[in-house]
Design a protein. Structure first.
Length: 285
């Protein structure tokens, strides 16, 4: 069989395919030839239908496994070679630029960010860093800012729920969530989970089980709606400082203080926590 594979590869000039792909293709070709030989030269009673079914199932399973392996390899290559891009992103606190993301592959950037977190927290954050980076990239929002707010709001715990009823990783109030979604969709936009090319496995560092897909979609929606809300606050107040305070205190309260020329953000524990988290995350960058 190995000689047959080498000879066929040489004849068909399979230079660009991986050896596993070639072997799988040639194996299928050999099995197909075998079926033809059987059909032309053997009598029906010499080979049973179950035997044929077994051979055909074997070839199909082999092909499926090779295709899955190739898909995983492509995803692995993308993660290890391509970069996150935030070229149109306004910086949050402390960072002078986001060139860090140009210097590291997607996987290395995720790992580097996690090393800046306390060990007890990085285990929980690991499940969501990729989602935050991808969603922030899609909306061109500073991902470190988003991670800092998430850390402050929920400690990277999706099951977190405040006394006021805020929920999820970004601790969004149910009515606020509905309003953000309604406004976003009214402009003809769709959340990434609603798009035809959505693939949930691209947002988590593990394969999402079928039974867990719905809960993971909810996690992504919570993160993305939080990002959309923060981006709108940044546009409204033209300041990460004021946008952060408004996320916590409400845009009405923040706008009212600014109109009356009252201080916003001074001695604000929430803002201090977000800034401290930001500084902690970037310490290894």
């Amino acid at each position: 069989m190995e000689n047959f594979i080498q000879l066929t590869c040489s004849e068909l000039s399979f230079k660009s395919l991986s050896s596993k792909s070639v072997k799988a293709f040639i194996t299928l070709l050999a099995l197909s030839c075998l079926f033809v030989v059987i059909g032309l030269n053997l009598k029906p009673h010499l080979i049973s239908y179950p035997e044929l079914s077994s051979v055909m199932k074997l070839s199909t399973d082999l092909n499926d496994k090779v295709e899955l392996k190739e898909k995983l390899d492509v995803k692995d290559i993308i993660d290890k070679t391509m970069n996150y891009s935030y070229s149109d992103t306004r910086l949050g606190f402390y960072l002078e630029n986001l060139s860090f993301f140009d210097s590291y592959s997607k996987l290395d950037a995720e790992t580097k960010i996690l090393t800046g977190l306390p060990r007890y927290l990085s285990k929980k954050a690991k499940s969501y860093v990729r989602a935050v980076l991808k969603l922030s990239e899609a909306h061109q929002v500073d991902p470190i800012w988003i991670l800092s707010v998430m850390w402050t709001e929920s400690n990277f715990d999706f099951s977190a729920k405040s006394w006021a009823g805020a929920r999820g990783l970004m601790q969004i109030m149910p009515e606020t969530r509905k309003f953000i979604y309604k406004v976003y969709r009214s402009k003809g936009n769709k959340l990434l989970v609603e798009k035809d090319n959505f693939n949930i496995d691209e947002y988590f560092p593990y394969k999402v089980k079928k039974m867990d897909k719905q809960s993971h979609v909810r996690k992504l929606m919570n993160i993305e709606l939080g990002i959309i809300y923060l981006k709108s606050l940044l546009k409204t107040f033209n300041s990460h400082k004021y946008a952060t305070v408004a996320y916590n205190m409400g845009p009405g309260w923040t706008r009212g203080r600014l109109r009356r020329k009252l201080p916003v953000g001074q001695k604000n524990q929430y803002l201090d926590k977000v800034r401290k988290a930001y500084k902690q995350i970037i310490r290894k960058i």
